[in-house]
Design a protein around this ligand. Structure first.
Ligand code: ADP
Ligand code: MG
Length: 451
């Protein structure tokens, strides 16, 4: 970042806080350098540093981030020239002349109060991960160290880690359970290097009883941080301390992760979280909706609304929550119960967006691949069930996910007429009603299509 950007930011701040505050406080703040995502700023005195960091720190950080998203933290200190001319005694431990603003302060480390085991809804796709997280608390996992969770975004990895951390802290009150993201780990490391605090850094990590590091993929490709992580890991592991980690992929699939870390991860228990199936999605929605009602949310939703959301938001729990929030919030403004048709309208932007991406040939390819039949078998006329079931499902999805008419769909799937398409759709609906396997198959294909 260059000084001219800093000057622009100062101009914005001047508008925000007014000319006289600006003159008193921000005018004299200087931008020094940017390193490892930390912007280093200096002001003329202790008092000045304290004031600016406290009252304007958040705004400065926000404006900097808008221009350079890699900046995650501010570091304020008293400018050197001011220190020497004022003869400040730098050994005076009470005079705080350095301040930090940003996400990476471990003292501000935060476990979300709502992310507990009680609020985690368990189903087929996450039950192993759930039991693994519980066993750390029960102490039954001695042989599974480290424990590594992986899965796509919004599937509950962070939730489970917070839940385990809460439970451990309440069960073993004298032990230290440290939870942080890999990003925080890296910035603490960079910071320790810069301020020659590596000894303290190592001490603080190596003295914990349980270390949890979330989103480990963040340190992929970052050699020196990986190196430090590796040594921290070994030090704790050798003392028999529990280590819990998460990442977005299975160990070997994280590009840019060193082999020795991968092999450490693989030596423990590796658990993956899958996207929730329809049944679990509905269960989660029901749970969240009940919570919402219990905590005084005034909106009722009619029969079919939660099912509608569960059907259309299948990728992850975060999306599911987002859709429910939107429906309840809009419902609140309507001041009447939300019907399925309302929900459809409220969510139409989000649903249409995923529809647009799906083309008929993509459906054809994905369905064929999923059921392991060739495209020509899929659109052919062989009546064996191994072909008819995928064929019917493909037409069902074509109707659901595209805006093509029935005759168009029929033509596309091997020159069939529209009555065949109606038949296929009805057959599939019946299968969905008869067994949950079909719903699951369709669900996975839908998801593959939206990836
Ligand atoms: P990840 O860390 O895997 O990206 P999170 O743990 O942040 O995902 O989960 C995303 C959101 O979904 C959070 O609000 C979390 O509480 C919620 N969530 C995920 N899985 C469940 C579940 N099984 N039950 C209840 N809420 C869940
Ligand atoms: Mg997470």
């Amino acid at each position: 970042m260059k000084n001219d950007i800093w000057n622009k930011i100062k101009e914005c701040l001047k508008e925000e806080i007014g000319a006289s505050n600006y003159k008193n406080w921000l005018y004299a703040v200087q931008f020094k350098t940017l390193e490892g995502g930390i912007a280093f700023l200096e002001a003329p005195s202790n008092f000045h540093v304290e004031w600016v960091s406290q009252y304007y720190g958040e705004s400065i950080l926000r404006l900097l981030k808008e221009r350079d998203p890699s900046i995650i933290r501010l570091h304020f200190s008293v400018s050197k020239s001011a220190k020497s001319s004022a003869g400040t005694d730098q050994s005076d431990a009470n005079a705080r002349d350095e301040f930090e603003i940003g996400i990476s302060n471990r003292k501000k480390e935060y476990l979300h109060p709502n992310l507990t085991f009680d609020s985690f809804v368990v189903g087929e796709s996450n039950k192993i991960a759930y039991h693994a997280a519980c066993s750390i608390v029960q102490g039954g996992l001695k042989n599974y160290n480290p424990l590594y969770f992986h899965g796509g975004v919004g599937l509950g990895k962070t939730h489970l880690m917070h839940a385990a951390a809460w439970a451990l802290r309440s069960k073993y009150q004298n032990s230290t359970v440290m939870y942080l993201s890999a990003e925080q780990f890296m910035y603490e490391f960079v910071y320790a290097l810069k301020f020659k605090k590596i000894f303290e850094f190592k001490e603080s990590f190596r003295s914990v009883d349980v270390l949890m590091i979330d989103d480990l993929q963040f340190i992929a490709g970052k050699e020196s941080t990986q190196n430090e992580f590796f040594h921290t890991f070994n030090a704790l592991f050798d003392q028999g301390k529990q280590i819990v980690l998460s990442g977005n992929r299975s160990p070997a699939k994280i590009d840019g992760m060193s082999d020795r870390i991968i092999s450490r991860l693989q030596s423990g228990l590796v658990v993956d979280l899958h996207p929730a199936d329809y049944e679990l999605r509905l269960k989660i929605l029901k749970y969240k909706y009940d919570q919402f009602i219990k905590t005084g949310g005034g909106v009722k939703v009619e029969e079919g609304v939660l099912e509608f959301i569960a059907r259309h938001f299948s990728r992850n729990v975060r999306e599911l929550e987002g859709a429910l929030n939107r429906v309840t919030a809009t419902g609140f403004l309507m001041r009447r119960p939300v019907a399925e048709a309302d929900a459809k309208q409220m969510l139409s932007d989000f649903i249409k967006e995923s529809d647009r991406r799906v083309a008929l040939d993509e459906i054809m390819r994905q369905v064929a691949a999923y059921f392991d039949v060739s495209v020509s078998e899929l659109i052919g006329s062989n009546r064996a069930r191994i072909y008819t079931r995928p064929r019917h499902i493909a037409m069902f999805l074509a109707k659901e996910l595209t805006h093509h008419s029935l005759p168009e769909i029929g033509r596309f799937f091997g020159g069939k007429d529209h009555t065949s398409v109606i038949y296929a759709i009805n057959r599939t609906k019946k299968l969905i009603g008869d067994d949950s396997g079909t719903e699951n198959d369709i669900d996975i294909i839908r998801r593959n299509l939206s990836d």
